[in-house]
Design a protein around this ligand. Structure first.
Ligand code: LMR
Length: 339
């Protein structure tokens, strides 16, 4: 009788399962069909990079009907500078967007974006990134197993320090945080400072503990991470550019079906145009906020000071430009400003 009851129960259960509604909405897409990409970056969600990453993820999710999901890990919570490139190469993450300065360990020609006083404005940077020079760097990365999907902006860097930075002599012996890039190192050595390469996540503590006396960054990074609050002086130098390459593991990219690739890339193109616009606006707004802080002394570089800085720093261009093929050397010289 017990066995009979069990059989009836089993039949009932099977019957119920048969009646269960089939998974129809995309929240319930099976893990096999769903594509989840992990995007790791080191800055705040409120930064131009963080905001663009979120918009890209939202639009891709909508446009793929929930089939393609980009999961974002900001603030270096998943991987920090110096770890994220390796994680991408090993396939632990699918997308990162490091500063181009941080790619110089793979190809020193990325240093072209670091050249001090070389670009007059973002338009010139875009001409370089979106033209044959950007294409050559894409090709070089492809050979290393990495696909460059887009070039995003942050903006021009300003200087913060625990002393005023106006004349060249003010840099003597100043320990200044840099992103790990040979040109950035040389830039501060030429000024008589001591460059200290640190990952972005280490900067706040290093400033707080006086391990470094200053740094260079964009207003949006200085504001979102409150670095400027640990410093007394800001010099509006706009001496160099900080921007990003949006990168994907190449094998992973090639393994994606064509429709997914199209959604990702078409959407990224739109997001990139938007990103470049809001990066400019946000840096202007964050600079205004920094200027409003009563505890900070702001110095705008005078034309005479700027000229003296440029005379020392501009020749660094001759260390990078000869690394490019001849036809691209003239292209770079046409875009940038060496006079
Ligand atoms: C930095 O290390 O200062 C920047 O590269 C951080 C970022 O990604 O903007």
């Amino acid at each position: 009788m017990v066995r009979g009851l069990l059989v009836v129960l089993s039949l009932l259960l099977l019957g119920l399962q048969g009646c269960a509604p089939k998974a129809v909405d995309f929240e319930q897409t099976s893990p096999k069909e769903k594509i989840v990409l992990t995007f790791s970056h080191v800055v705040s969600d409120a930064s131009p990079k963080g905001r663009a990453a979120r918009l890209w993820a939202d639009l891709v999710y909508q446009r793929s009907g929930g089939r393609v999901e980009i999961k974002i890990y900001p603030n270096g919570t998943l991987y920090k500078d110096g770890e994220e490139l390796e994680a991408l190469k090993k396939g632990y993450v699918q997308i990162i967007a490091p500063a181009t300065s941080k790619l110089t360990s793979l190809d020193s020609r990325w240093g072209v974006f670091d050249l001090p006083f070389f670009f007059n404005d973002l338009e010139q940077v875009h001409q370089l990134a979106d033209g044959p020079v950007g294409e050559l760097l894409r090709k070089s990365m492809r050979e290393k197993g990495i696909e460059v999907l887009a070039y995003w902006d942050n903006g021009f860097k300003i200087l913060t320090a625990d002393r005023p930075l106006e004349n060249l002599k003010d840099f003597q012996g100043l320990k200044i945080r840099i992103m790990d890039s040979p040109i950035l190192k040389k830039q501060f050595l030429k000024l008589g400072a001591i460059p200290v390469p640190l990952s972005f996540n280490e900067v706040f503590e290093a400033l707080e503990n006086k391990k470094v006396n200053g740094g260079e960054n964009t207003p949006s990074n200085l504001y979102s991470k409150k670095f400027y609050q640990l410093q007394s002086y800001v010099t509006i130098s706009n001496h160099g550019y900080l921007g990003y390459a949006v990168l994907m593991n190449r094998d992973y990219f090639n393994s994606l079906d064509q429709e997914t690739r199209k959604i990702l890339l078409d959407t990224l193109k739109e997001v990139t145009a938007w990103q470049r616009k809001i990066a400019l606006e946000q840096n202007a707004a964050d600079l205004a906020r920094i200027r409003n802080d009563q505890n900070i002394k702001i110095h705008d570089l005078t034309p005479e000071e700027k000229e003296a800085w440029q005379a020392v720093l501009k020749p660094l261009a001759y260390e990078i430009i000869p690394l490019f093929p001849k036809n691209l050397q003239s292209e770079i010289l046409k875009i940038g400003n060496l006079n």
